[in-house]
Design a protein around this ligand. Structure first.
Ligand SMILES: Cc1cc2nc3c(=O)[nH]c(=O)nc-3n(C[C@H](O)[C@H](O)[C@H](O)COP(=O)(O)O)c2cc1C
Length: 204
């Protein structure tokens, strides 16, 4: 495990709660602190897609997720949407890396315009202004011109857009393996070598 690594993670109400759970599981092996923001809509999607009921209380969410992911309960810190005193709200304390997985079209739009209406949007705004690394995993089908323009705006601001689009060339046999593929690519971009999936060109 890599010590003293800190990362922010946003989870929004786009479909793909499995990507969020899979990513958190892998990040917990490499990061000592995961600063998590999860929207109300994301809690609805978790209940719908994963049959995982997350309460409103940030502390309870952290406990449930740590149990679910079987990770050390010190690693995941969850913040309420208006906790402006959280470290992620200020460039002086925020982790330099942030992933939003999955990213709804609504959150994409808010970040592209700098709205900062809740802690998740503010945390993303902070990472952009501090020239840190922000990765978004947008999920919608099809994308409208508005969605695409927002993604272009964000890309021009240095944000990495990694759509929820797993490859099939490793012949995945389960949904978890598809989610692993996406997490592996995100970890690659975070600068974390991993063997979650077979790398391209190394297949026998
Ligand atoms: C089960 C479910 C699936 C959804 N899937 C998507 C989706 O794939 N992409 C998207 O942008 N919004 C999706 N939505 C709608 C968003 O949850 C909604 O726009 C919400 O306002 C997003 O808020 P947030 O960005 O604060 O999480 C979905 C909603 C539900 C309940």
């Amino acid at each position: 495990m890599t010590q003293d690594r800190r990362i922010s993670v946003g989870v929004t109400g786009a479909s793909g709660a499995i990507y969020a759970l899979n990513l958190l599981k892998h990040l917990s092996s490499y990061y000592s602190e995961i600063h998590l923001m999860i929207t109300d809509a994301a809690r609805i999607v978790f209940a719908t897609e994963q049959n995982l009921s997350l309460p409103e209380s940030p502390a309870k969410i952290a406990k449930i997720l740590c149990q679910h992911l079987n990770c050390d309960d010190e690693i995941i810190k969850v913040y309420a949407k208006e906790n402006w005193y959280a470290p992620v709200a200020s460039g002086s304390a925020a982790p330099k890396q942030m992933v939003i997985c999955p990213a709804s079209m609504g959150c994409l739009s808010a970040i592209a315009t700098g709205a900062s209406n809740n802690l998740l949007e503010r945390a993303a705004d902070v990472v952009i202004k501090e020239k840190g690394q922000l990765i978004l995993l947008p999920r919608e089908m099809p994308f409208s011109t508005i969605h695409l323009k927002n993604m272009l705006t964000l890309s021009e601001a240095g944000v990495t857009i990694m759509p929820a689009a797993p490859g099939f060339y490793n012949n995945p046999e389960s949904i978890d393996q598809l989610a692993d593929f996406v997490s592996a690519r995100i970890l690659n971009h975070l600068g974390i070598e991993n063997s979650i999936c077979q790398a391209w060109g190394y297949k026998n």
